[in-house]
Design a protein around this ligand. Structure first.
Ligand SMILES: Nc1ncnc2c1ncn2[C@@H]1O[C@H](COP(=O)(O)OP(=O)(O)O)[C@@H](O)[C@H]1O
Ligand SMILES: [Mg+2]
Length: 432
């Protein structure tokens, strides 16, 4: 090696980068310790091969040695060149990345250095992945917090509602119980009263027909008969007693319906007659439809009973039927169809309630099951009906769907499994 390289050699000796001095043909004239470590050729063997005139690309074959040797480019361009991130595969198959720098020295020599940045890059890449993961985790966390907040808000609304419903249920049940006794006095005694009145009338008539009454008594009797309009009284008392009987019967029916409606406590899954539930509900809300809306029934004969929370199922019909009646301004028709069916291989009952009401615009339809969403005025709607309906139906493992056409009408379809799955039976109390 020409003496001019002595100071260069001294500089390179302690360098952390691998370094070589090459001649024009890329024979190695000098290599430093770092190069020896990089080459993974044992010291003695390396010294031997270099002494025998080994070329750099024979000792340390990198991809670029053949296609774009950095040293050759520097030599030809007569200036130093540096290439970052040269990828190379070593004989043992390991992927490496180098920073390679080369500088020509005169026309005959090249100095080349190699820095192995494989580990550094790996760390950088790993860091990038970790950072990305952390960013994603943050995004996920934010989404989860949002979701939980929404769930909490809904749960809170549900609790308020549940409380209201159970208070209402207890109130209704209490009222029904309290009304039951007085109604029974009236209803149970009206027939006796009718009988007594008839007996008294018989007595009066018999006395009246007696020919040999003293004239004073006869005159008195006639005067009284005239004053109290006896003939009218006889006729009217029968009518009165009949209407008392009818009225009492009606109150008894309402009490029965109220009891029916609030029969079950939360979580009680019992055999439930859907048709009876619908009919009871129609009776209870009759002021909303009687004389104004025709009710068409299409009940498949011989329908089985549902195992469900009867009180809650009644609320479902109450809410849908109330909405249907409210949606019809003036006169119209509500059609109720109940049939058996199958959903996902499970036997179900399908209840479809159609109205000829005003229909639901698409932007409203998206929100009808949201809690507190209502398009109605104060006193007409709370916006909780369809939300609780949807919750109840879902808690029973069923579905609630709605089709609607503006100006034509809407159909709400409820599909309920005949029996709840094990889970729903257990979780029902918690869900509603
Ligand atoms: N059958 C229907 N026809 C038209 N609109 C309906 C019908 N059922 C529900 N809606 C709409 O859905 C909204 C929410 O219904 P609901 O949850 O029962 O609350 P509310 O009846 O108290 O307003 C109603 O305000 C109404 O706009
Ligand atoms: Mg409603």
């Amino acid at each position: 090696m020409p003496p001019i390289f002595e100071p260069v050699r001294e500089l390179l000796e302690g360098s952390l980068d691998g370094a070589v001095i090459l001649d024009r043909d890329r024979r190695i004239l000098y290599y430093n310790q770092a190069y020896e470590a990089l080459s993974r050729v044992r010291g003695r063997e390396l010294a031997h091969r270099v002494a025998a005139g080994a070329r750099c690309y024979e000792i340390f074959p990198l991809d670029v040695c053949e296609s774009a040797c950095v040293g050759c480019r520097a030599r030809d361009a007569k200036r130093a060149i540096r290439v970052d991130e040269i990828r190379a595969k070593r004989r043992d198959g390991e992927d490496l990345t180098f920073i390679v720098a080369a500088a020509p020295v005169g026309d005959d020599y090249i100095v080349e250095t190699y820095r192995d940045v494989t580990a550094e890059l790996r760390i950088q890449r790993r860091l990038k992945v970790l950072l990305e993961r952390e960013r994603q985790a943050k995004v996920d966390l934010e989404a989860r917090v949002e979701e939980r907040t929404r769930e909490l808000r809904q749960a809170q609304a549900q609790l308020v509602l549940q409380d209201k419903m159970s208070t209402l249920g207890r109130l209704v049940a209490g009222m029904a119980h309290e009304l039951n006794n007085p109604v029974n006095f009236v209803y149970g005694n009206v027939d006796f009263l009718a009988q007594y009145v008839d007996d008294l009338l018989t007595l009066v008539r018999t006395a009246d027909q007696f020919a040999a009454l003293p004239p004073a008594l006869r005159a008195e009797l006639d005067a009284i008969k005239q004053r109290i309009e006896f003939d009218y009284l006889v006729e009217d008392s029968h009518k009165l007693l009949n209407s008392i009987r009818n009225g009492a019967e009606r109150i008894a029916a309402i009490v029965r319906d109220l009891k029916n409606f609030s029969r079950t406590g939360a979580g009680d899954m019992v055999e439930t007659d859907v048709i009876a539930g619908i009919e009871t509900t129609l009776n209870l809300i009759s002021p909303l439809h009687r004389g104004r809306i025709a009710i068409e029934r299409d009940y498949e004969p011989g329908l089985p009973k549902l195992v469900a929370n009867a009180g809650h199922i009644n609320q479902v019909f109450m809410n849908i039927l109330t909405n249907a009646a409210q949606a019809i301004r003036g006169t119209g028709t509500i059609r109720i169809a109940v049939a058996r069916g199958e959903a996902d291989g499970i036997p179900v009952l399908r209840v479809a309630i159609s109205d000829t009401g005003e229909g639901i615009p698409p932007e409203v339809r998206e929100r009808i099951t949201d809690p507190f969403f209502t398009t109605k005025g104060v006193g007409e709607g709370t916006g909780l009906g369809l939300w609780i309906t949807d919750s109840i139906v879902r808690a029973h493992g069923g579905t609630l769907t709605c089709e609607s056409q503006l100006g034509v009408g809407s159909t709400f379809s409820v599909t309920l499994p005949l029996r709840p799955s094990g889970d729903q039976a257990g979780e029902y109390g918690a869900a509603v």
